[in-house]
Design a protein around this ligand. Structure first.
Ligand code: PLP
Length: 355
């Protein structure tokens, strides 16, 4: 740290992303919940047609993609805002809707970026403990007068709340914004987007990183009533009006015009998730009821951190969080059938070695 770094960041510990190895061929990469499927040929064909010259700035209103997306979601064009990954809109939400009178609240075990954004923005926050079975206790969030962030399905557990449970939280906190982070909703969750027509305090965020094969393109978005979106636009135009670049917009348009491929990919992931859960349970693992493109599983045969390291030695990258209550678990991205078989083979070898 230099002697110039502001003390306002003294409490800040940056988010640690999953490893992105350079020698990709060596690894089966199941550590950052990316899609194993690249954008389809049809999507890339659209993208090439749409790509405007890079010597011009990207469209700050991101008009074409917003038009496609709002139609798909059944909301108005002024009810959607695109950002550079959904991480950016989550940060915008902390900037816009949290302060001393509106401190934040989110589960104690959830997406690791929420506490980082809270600290970055000097926002006080409460981590509300998950139930013993890792479910979110909705009652804990009713009428708490805090700006609430809930990933649904939650990460890294994969467990989902129903729309009616979310609605109770939103309805009971009319003077605070409730942010529902639906990064994984396309793999079997229920979206809260339709609720934005009835609640002016609901912001739903989604991403192109997981189900839409565009993690490297960095595109996320928020959906909420026009006034919330206007506030977020105030933040956007005060930080980076060109937050979404032309290359990304072109590919996103292609992806949105080839929705069939996205649906089929999600179906395959759900199928491979069921297969993986079955096979892990046969090997004595316990796992949560994940609705996401990852499983959250552990075994009492070997500590989570050790299993994670041994898998890496065998060329399989998964994610381990060294935090209380979930140390024994691994978050394993669901990829192709072949990738999951490679994971299971590696686990079988490790189990033989430790016996
Ligand atoms: C991956 C993820 C995001 C953000 O992804 P982006 O790539 O920034 O869109 C947000 N929330 C959760 C819970 C995630 O797992």
């Amino acid at each position: 740290m230099s002697r110039f770094f502001s003390h306002k960041y003294d409490a800040l510990t940056p988010y640690v992303p999953g490893e992105q190895p350079r020698d990709m061929a060596r690894y089966v990469k199941l550590n950052t919940n990316e899609s194993p499927f690249p954008p389809s040929e049809a999507a890339m064909r659209y993208a090439r047609e749409r790509l405007r010259s890079l010597n011009l700035y990207s469209d700050p209103t991101t008009k074409e993609v917003v038009a496609l997306l709002s139609k798909r979601l059944g909301v108005g064009e002024d009810e959607v805002l695109l950002t550079n990954g959904s991480d950016e809109i989550l940060n915008f939400a902390f900037m816009a809707f949290c302060d001393a009178e509106h401190p934040a609240a989110f589960p104690d075990i959830t997406y690791g970026f929420y506490p980082v954004f809270a600290r970055l923005n000097g926002v006080e926050y409460e981590g509300i403990p998950l139930n013993e079975d890792f479910t979110v206790n909705c009652g804990d969030y009713e009428g708490i007068h805090r700006t609430i962030f809930i990933a649904n399905p939650n990460a890294p557990t994969g467990i989902a709340l129903s729309v009616s449970e979310i609605e109770r939280i939103v309805a009971s906190n009319p003077d605070n914004v409730v942010v529902i982070d639906e990064a994984y909703v396309d793999f079997g969750g229920e979206s809260c987007v339709p609720l934005i027509h009835r609640y002016d305090n609901l912001l739903v965020t989604q991403t192109f990183s997981k189900s839409r094969s565009m993690a490297g393109g960095r595109l996320g978005f928020g959906v909420g009533c026009a006034r919330l979106i206007a506030d977020l636009n105030t933040i956007k135009y005060s930080t980076n009006p060109y937050n979404v670049n032309s290359l990304t917009l072109a590919v996103a348009e292609g992806i949105l015009r080839d929705e069939e491929t996205v649906k089929e990919n999600c179906r395959v992931i759900a199928e491979n998730r069921a297969f993986t859960l079955d096979e892990l349970k046969k090997r004595g693992f316990t796992a949560t009821d994940s609705r996401a493109n990852f499983v959250f599983a552990g075994t009492n045969e070997i500590p989570g951190g050790e299993l994670c390291a041994k898998l890496k030695e065998k060329g399989v990258l998964v994610r381990h969080f060294d935090i209380p209550r979930i140390r024994e678990y691994l978050r394993i991205t669901v990829g192709t059938r072949a990738q999951m078989e490679a994971l299971l083979n590696a686990i079988d070898e490790i189990r033989r070695e430790i016996k």
